[in-house]
Design a protein around this ligand. Sequence first.
Ligand code: ATP
Ligand code: MG
Length: 175
Amino acid sequence: MTTTDPLQRVFFALWPDPGLRASLSVLARTLPANGRPVPAEHLHLTLAFPGTVGAGRVAEMAERANGLPLPEIRLTLEQLGWFRRPRVAWIGPAHAVPELEALAAGLSGSCRASGVKMEDRPFRPHVTLRRFVTRFESIAVEPLDWRPREMVLIESGQGGNPGPYRVLQRWALPG
Ligand code: ATP
Ligand code: MG
């Protein structure tokens, strides 16, 4: 990276197809919590979050991702939860999904190999449904079966500042 390398805020994610996105959006809007629903077009499951890095590193991470084995993934979104500190309510799988964990670990490895410092916190797969949540009560929800077809590299905002999402690259998942 050079000092003139433009900054990009990026992350790898699983990208819901329109049908699941619509179901998640209904849930985001009707969940018994305060805060603000995530816009339908932003709903995703983060696999790895490099954050704000130089464009050269983004290209390198994408190139390394091209070389990763992409597993067939099936999961059921069925458990609501709340991360108190970032104040987000989410839905996620109730059980471990080994293929998902392997993919997330592979991507984190690709990011690290590209010189990006990644957080060591454990991977907690989830789709954020509402933000700015200070009151949350979990309810039983209709389980949503998901066979993700696409992994994406997203740029969030511009110049390293958060904002609307833009898909930089897509990878088809098998299955
Ligand atoms: P905004 O921050 O403007 O409200 P956003 O949270 O949708 O919008 P980003 O902050 O760019 O956009 O985050 C993109 C995704 O990465 C979100 O799913 C977010 O929860 C996740 N994320 C952000 N920071 C981290 C982190 N340190 N570790 C793991 N995931 C993160
Ligand atoms: Mg954020």
